[in-house]
Design a protein around this ligand. Structure first.
Ligand code: 5GP
Ligand code: ZN
Length: 115
């Protein structure tokens, strides 16, 4: 897999260390860091190190395996049994940063259906 970055992308800059991030885990394929505006006691973003804008714009399925597997690993490492994984795809669904990311949320009850 390539490790291409997008120069104007906020999350690519966090991967590169150009913008500080509270990094939880970093591998050659993914970076995980704490959300700047946490919506739960644990709120971690898991992103691929290669720039892809969203779920619908991801052509390489390995990317999904990388970020989802990493989210599971982080939850295990942090002894989280109950958690929610969220991916917003498109502005209308709440996506505000267009570098694919899974939200890993834990530490409080979650209602269903989501808002
Ligand atoms: P989205 O709305 O695209 O699903 O999620 C984007 C997330 O990125 C939001 O939860 C937002 O709080 C977070 N975020 C935006 N800017 C920054 C930043 O500079 N640093 C960190 N750590 N998180 C950010
Ligand atoms: Zn990016």
């Amino acid at each position: 897999m390539s490790s291409q970055r997008e120069p104007d992308c906020l999350f690519c800059k966090i991967i590169e260390g150009q913008i500080p991030g509270d990094i939880v885990k970093k591998t050659d394929r993914i970076t995980a860091f704490r959300d700047i505006s946490p919506q739960a006691p644990t709120h971690i973003l898991v992103i691929p190190n290669t720039h892809v804008a969203s779920v619908s714009e991801t052509s390489e399925d390995q990317v999904f395996s990388d970020v989802l597997g990493a989210a599971r690993d982080i939850a295990r490492e942090q002894n989280l049994s109950d958690y929610r994984l969220v991916v917003n795809n498109g502005a209308g669904a709440g996506q505000s940063v267009f570098h694919l990311h899974f939200h890993l949320l834990a530490g409080r009850p979650f209602s269903w259906p989501p808002g």
